[in-house]
Design a binder for this molecule. Structure first.
Ligand code: NAG
Ligand code: NAG
Length: 418
């Protein structure tokens, strides 16, 4: 008798809960789909906060058209003719220029730098959302995707820098790279040492090769070493392909439900930690749905495999095409390491112990011994930042970018106050 009463009471209540849960999910789903910051592109994100924005295109020596966004000045500054040093901001793996403008203006690095008096240029490497054109190749061909970060450094960055110099009439620029972008600052100079003259300083934020990375990255790195022989067969017989992220709505909804709801937020925190490290206290979980509406951005399967190689070997080398392919491309059986001793500009390195992808051990073993010590001008440890916090934590302007601004002001004789 008692049990029947119980049943008749609990069953409908279950249904009500299920109904409420479904409704809540639908609500989140709509919210995720309708927030204006999720359906606009990078220029619109910049304009939304009141900044001027320009879209420029550069053609690389190997025929890719890459898009560069420019924020020529800050929100309140007039075009007064004072000096605005140009800065190129280069994004990380599976990201594009959106990573520098995803936050409200005081914690969006690109906007903070524009307000500080810089002429800001934002890179979008070949194969990312904003750079999918080539003079002769279509993205539906494997040939289009036959590139890795080797080509980013050898072709995309020089093309972007030359475009900036011809647009501004300046003779050199500052370079800020995050993660892959940080590595590219160095590999570009190793590959094209003549560009040393065109760089005033390199600011390397979380330069990574992933060798000691933890969490999911650590697992993937070990798995990569196991399956490399199979992957070599893929590279040599099937070429390279697009790594694309077709649906934005599902990750947005998942993030919205898991990262913003009070009781299940822990799941989101755990996921973030395993992916990038324990997040900063100043990470704004409510913005996860916005971040995943812009990222991840595209790249090629070869580039991901190149990262697998960097991470499993701890050597910053060119893409290993296996002995046959290496012989054809490099004239030797193994992939040649980059000669980082070619870097001859002031270098500043930012890192954090909470960053599970770019570990200090790797900077110390794979990067520092190779760069001439007279060019290392600053090493800055940032307290409690995971790999994404440099661009997402709400105090990133104060912890990271104000230091960069300070260093540049020391190096420049004359610079706009705003
Ligand atoms: C690739 O795209 C081009 C232009 O959009 C089209 O003409 C061509 O047939 C496509 N090729 C394949 C293999 O799908
Ligand atoms: C956190 O994100 C929400 C959602 O986008 C936003 O409304 C709020 O202003 C953000 N807070 C900070 C401190 O940036």
């Amino acid at each position: 008798m008692i049990s029947r009463v119980k049943n008749s009471l609990t069953l409908p209540r279950d249904r009500v809960e299920m109904y409420l849960l479904l409704n809540l999910f639908a609500l989140f789903y709509q919210a995720a789909a309708s927030d204006p910051e999720m359906s606009i592109n990078v220029p619109q994100m910049i304009q939304r906060w009141g900044y001027p924005v320009e879209e420029l295109g550069a053609i690389t020596e190997d025929g890719y058209c890459i898009t560069i966004f420019r924020i020529p000045r800050g929100i309140n500054s007039l075009d007064s003719g004072c000096k605005r040093p140009p800065v190129l901001m280069d994004h990380s793996l599976l990201c594009d220029s959106s990573e520098f403008v995803m936050n409200p203006r005081d914690s969006s690095p690109a906007m903070a730098l524009a307000d500080a008096g810089f002429d800001v240029f934002l890179m979008n490497h070949r194969g990312t959302t904003y750079s999918t054109k080539h003079r002769g190749l279509n993205t539906n061909t494997s040939k289009f995707w036959e590139f890795t970060m080797d080509e980013y450094g050898q072709y995309d960055n020089p093309a972007a820098i030359d475009l900036i110099l011809s647009t501004t009439g300046e003779r050199s620029i500052y370079y800020i790279g995050h993660s892959q972008g940080a590595l590219l600052g160095m590999t570009m100079l190793a590959e094209r040492p003549e560009y040393n003259q065109k760089i005033r300083s390199l600011f390397l934020i979380a330069p990574a090769n992933g060798h000691s990375c933890r969490g999911f990255c650590g697992l993937l790195s070990r798995f990569y070493a196991l399956v490399k022989p199979m992957l070599d067969v893929y590279v040599n017989t099937l070429g390279s392909h697009e790594v694309a992220f077709a649906s934005r709505l599902i990750p947005q909804t998942v993030m919205d439900v898991f990262c913003t709801s009070p009781y299940i937020k822990m799941i989101c925190q755990g996921w973030t930690t395993l992916t990038m490290g324990p997040p900063a206290k100043t990470f704004n979980y409510s913005r996860w749905p916005i971040y995943v509406s812009h990222l991840p951005s595209g790249t090629s399967t070869w580039n991901l495999l190149h990262w697998g190689q960097l991470s499993s070997t701890n050597i910053i080398a060119h893409f290993d095409h296996s002995p046959n392919g290496n012989m054809k491309r490099y004239g030797q059986l193994s992939a040649p390491p980059y000669n980082l001793a070619q870097v001859r500009v002031p270098v500043h390195i930012f890192w954090s112990d909470s960053d599970w992808l770019a570990r200090w051990e790797d900077v110390e073993s794979a990067i520092l011994p190779q760069i001439r010590s007279e060019f290392i001008k600053g090493i800055y440890e940032i307290d409690s930042y995971d790999h994404l916090d440099y661009v997402t934590a709400t105090d990133n302007a104060e912890k990271v970018f104000s230091r960069i601004i300070g260093e540049v002001r020391k190096q420049e004789k004359e610079m706009c106050e705003q």
